[in-house]
Ligand binder design. Structure first.
Ligand code: PMP
Length: 429
């Protein structure tokens, strides 16, 4: 049996329609180097998804490899429940210094980082005596992960609709489609009405600052987000920033909150935290929130939450090496981000209705003239598959083709990537 036949026999792939998976040409990735991935046929591809938006420094980065190896010689895993270890301590210090949020709680994925923020915000309000605050406000088309809590605040019908009966009800704040002043004013007016009606029942407002990635890169302006955050604060709710996608330089600064000019009460981090090497997430919050959880044991104010691999030492070591390497990468990022932007904006094809770029995040929105393509045609999916024949791996979200290479991708590889998408569009017709 070939590797793929063995895969078809036993594997269940995430966000993947099995019937399509078994019928299409698939790649078996055997290794990576820098911004490239290689398959078992020896073919090379630009990693245009940054291995699902998480690879920051390229694959097999010498310092990250070395950091993990050094930790491997000490201990691979030891629990954070009742014990501590040096890489977790040092990483918490570094993350606090970067964010000005003094408390760091580890978990393992973006979904759990958000799940933790929801539970913490809720419990903090309960323990502060504000027991009527039991709900969350979230943006339309939001994506915060796949666990039941993060799906509850999610707003992407295709992914979340089927689970509706299982979910708690979120207060939905309309988000602008693009950072357009008229659209933003309309959304803000609606947000004002929503906060006036529901404000005293809210524990928190949850946002993806500046870019709603999974919504096909919907954008809003810093001013809009500041105004929304103020509405939440004035209503007595916390502000939770989900920077799982935008964190660690994706938008040009270490965190999008810096560019947005907001200071959240909770910051959710994952993906790029370990450079894209190992699963690690962090939920950061303020000392004031942490204070709500202190007390004699029998008052049961403890945060009764924690995963087995929470704060895994190898993952923390990868994160420390990533944080060491990142400042130099960020210093030279504007030129690469500009090159990506220029190339995507110059991509002219009848199926490309809109080009969205922000930092090292890009999306091409495909349409059939002024209408969406028939979903049965699977245009976005076919474009993503075709791009592989031209040397790049990209992923689609419906008919949005997402272009998110590692932050270190230089001009020639950006050119390969964008040209691969262009040729794929020609192939699909
Ligand atoms: N929040 C945001 C903004 C995301 O983009 C994602 C993943 N794309 C998540 C949360 C969930 O992260 P994970 O897949 O690591 O659970």
């Amino acid at each position: 049996m070939t590797l793929l036949e063995r895969d078809y026999r036993h594997l269940w792939h995430p966000f993947t329609q099995a019937s399509e998976w078994e019928a299409q040409d698939n790649l078996v990735i055997t290794h990576g180097e820098g911004v490239f991935l290689f398959d078992d046929q020896g073919r090379r591809y630009v990693d245009g998804t940054a291995s699902l938006w998480c690879n920051v420094l390229g694959h097999r980065h010498p310092a990250v490899d070395a950091g993990i190896r050094a930790q491997l010689d000490r201990v691979a895993h030891s629990t954070m429940l009742g014990l501590t270890h040096p890489p977790a301590i040092e990483l918490a210090e570094r993350l606090s210094a970067l964010s000005r949020l003094d408390r760091v709680f580890y978990s393992d994925s973006g979904s759990t980082a958000v799940e933790v923020a929801l539970k913490m915000a809720f419990q903090a309000k309960q323990q502060a005596g504000e027991t009527g605050r039991t709900r969350f406000a979230a943006l339309s088309e939001a994506y915060h992960g796949d666990t039941v809590g993060s799906v509850s605040i999610g707003g992407i019908e295709l992914f979340h609709g089927v689970y509706r009966p299982l979910l708690f009800d979120a207060v939905r704040v309309p988000s602008p489609e693009r950072a357009d002043p008229t659209d933003e004013a309309r959304c803000l007016a609606q947000a004002e009405a929503i906060f006036a009606e529901h404000g005293d029942t809210l524990c928190a407002l949850v946002v993806e600052p500046l870019v709603q990635g999974a919504a096909g890169m919907r954008r809003h302006s810093p001013a809009w987000l500041q105004a929304l955050a103020k509405l939440a604060r004035d209503a007595g709710a916390y502000v939770v920033a989900d920077e799982v996608a935008t964190g660690f330089g994706r938008t040009g600064t270490m965190f999008a909150c810096e560019r947005a000019g907001i200071e959240p009460d909770f910051l959710c981090l994952a993906k790029g935290l370990t450079g894209g090497y190992l699963p690690l997430a962090a939920t950061l919050t303020t000392e004031a929130v942490y204070e709500h959880f202190r007390g004699p044991y029998t008052e049961y104010r403890t945060f009764f939450h924690g995963h087995t691999y929470t704060g895994n030492p190898l993952a923390c070591a990868a994160a420390l090496a990533t944080l060491d390497a990142l400042p130099a990468v960020l210093a030279t990022l504007p030129a690469r981000a500009e090159a990506l932007g220029e190339k995507l904006l110059a991509l002219d094809h009848p199926a490309v209705a809109e080009r969205r770029v922000f930092g090292m995040m890009g999306a091409l929105l495909l349409r059939d003239g002024d209408r969406p393509f028939d979903p049965a045609l699977r245009v976005g999916h076919r474009v993503a598959l075709a791009a592989r024949r031209h040397g790049a791996i990209v992923r689609n979200l419906g008919d949005a083709v997402m272009v998110m290479p590692p932050l270190v991708t230089e001009e020639p590889e950006l050119e390969t990537l964008v040209q691969a998408v262009r040729r794929a569009l020609d192939d699909v017709g």
